[in-house]
Design a protein around this ligand. Structure first.
Ligand code: A3P
Length: 305
């Protein structure tokens, strides 16, 4: 299936262009099956993110909130204390989310994906699945991407200049980032009750507000009693950068991918967790260039950074 598609080197693994989006070549075949073979259910909740936008954080929050009557997050055997958040919420058609396995999960399913909307089955929209989309200010997303790729790669490191050029060309895993953002943005305008559009920056600035919003969206609003007893603060604090990073399960371990060409350490999912870290890496000129590109690409959509 993938053999005839354009493939390009540059990031830690080659990427293959499929329907105008770049997918890691070793995953492309699996992802191409998702559109035809993944069977969305009306009550699925899909956490869709552009990579390095806070997927791990969103997964932890959504999982903790939606399962809090089943699992006490103070317990040592809470799934987020025994497994990495990326594993706890399976990726559709990818790590931990083989399509046959997804069929066996009871409803309502909490699932995740980095795939653009156009590579998911049209039934996701048609049956009205709920989607929480998370994106991030692109300069910070790129810096995070660049660190992450260099951390997992077993080859020579990529320079930030090269990473910047590739990202601005739309050449990055699941890129072009602007088309990824725009597809879900437009879906959130078309289906406002069913698609929640979030940004990393708004969770950083008011995590309690986002946690409440998320809880209502997941049909698990915080009760008055929970509000009074501080449960919302406890959820936010349990899912915070420091808390997740310091869990033993996230300090150790990881997995080989791409036939051993890369190794993803759980700890590499928790780097700095800040807004605006790009200034510590990019020049002012690079920042201005990226801002102009983003403005041009998002022009007229109503989406701004
Ligand atoms: P930085 O590299 O800027 O630190 P993803 O989970 O989509 O791969 O995104 C990873 C980014 O989210 C990293 O950003 C990581 O540090 C940050 N992150 C992970 N968990 C977080 C949390 N609980 N709170 C805030 N940021 C978090």
């Amino acid at each position: 299936l993938v053999a005839t598609l354009p493939t390009r080197e540059g990031w830690s693994t080659p990427l293959t262009l499929h329907n105008n989006f770049w997918l890691r070549s070793h995953m492309a075949q699996k992802f191409m099956l998702v559109r035809d073979n993944f069977k969305p259910r009306r009550d699925d909740i899909i956490l869709a993110t552009h990579p390095k936008s806070g997927t791990t954080w969103l997964k932890a929050l959504a999982f903790t909130i939606s399962t809090r009557s089943r699992y006490d997050f103070a317990d040592a055997d809470h799934p987020l204390r025994t497994s990495n958040p990326q594993r706890v919420v399976p990726f559709i058609g990818a790590v931990g989310g083989d399509l046959d396995f997804l069929e066996t999960l009871p409803s309502p399913r909490l699932l995740s994906t980095h795939l653009p909307l156009s590579l998911l089955p049209p039934a996701v929209s048609a049956v009205g699945c709920r989607v929480v989309y998370l994106c991030r200010e692109p300069k910070d997303a790129l810096v995070s991407r660049w660190h992450f790729d260099n951390k997992m790669s077993k080859g020579d490191p990529i320079t930030l200049d090269d990473a910047f050029t590739m990202f601005c060309e739309g050449f990055s895993p699941f890129g072009p980032f602007w088309d990824h953002y725009l597809q879900y943005w437009e879906e959130s305008l078309a289906r406002p009750q069913e698609v929640m559009f979030l940004r990393y920056e708004e969770i950083v600035s008011d995590p309690l507000k986002v946690a409440r919003k998320l809880a209502s969206f997941l049909d698990a609003p915080f009760t008055e009693e929970e509000e009074k007893s501080g449960v919302v603060d406890q959820v936010v604090s349990f899912c915070s950068f420091e808390s997740l990073r310091n869990l033993d399960v996230n300090k150790t371990g990881g997995a080989e991918r791409a036939g051993g060409k890369i190794f993803i350490q759980h700890s590499s999912l928790f780097r700095k967790g800040k807004v605006g870290d790009w200034v510590n890496h990019m020049t002012k000129e690079m920042g201005e260039k990226m801002d102009r590109l983003v403005e041009e690409k998002l022009k007229g959509s109503g989406l701004e950074f």
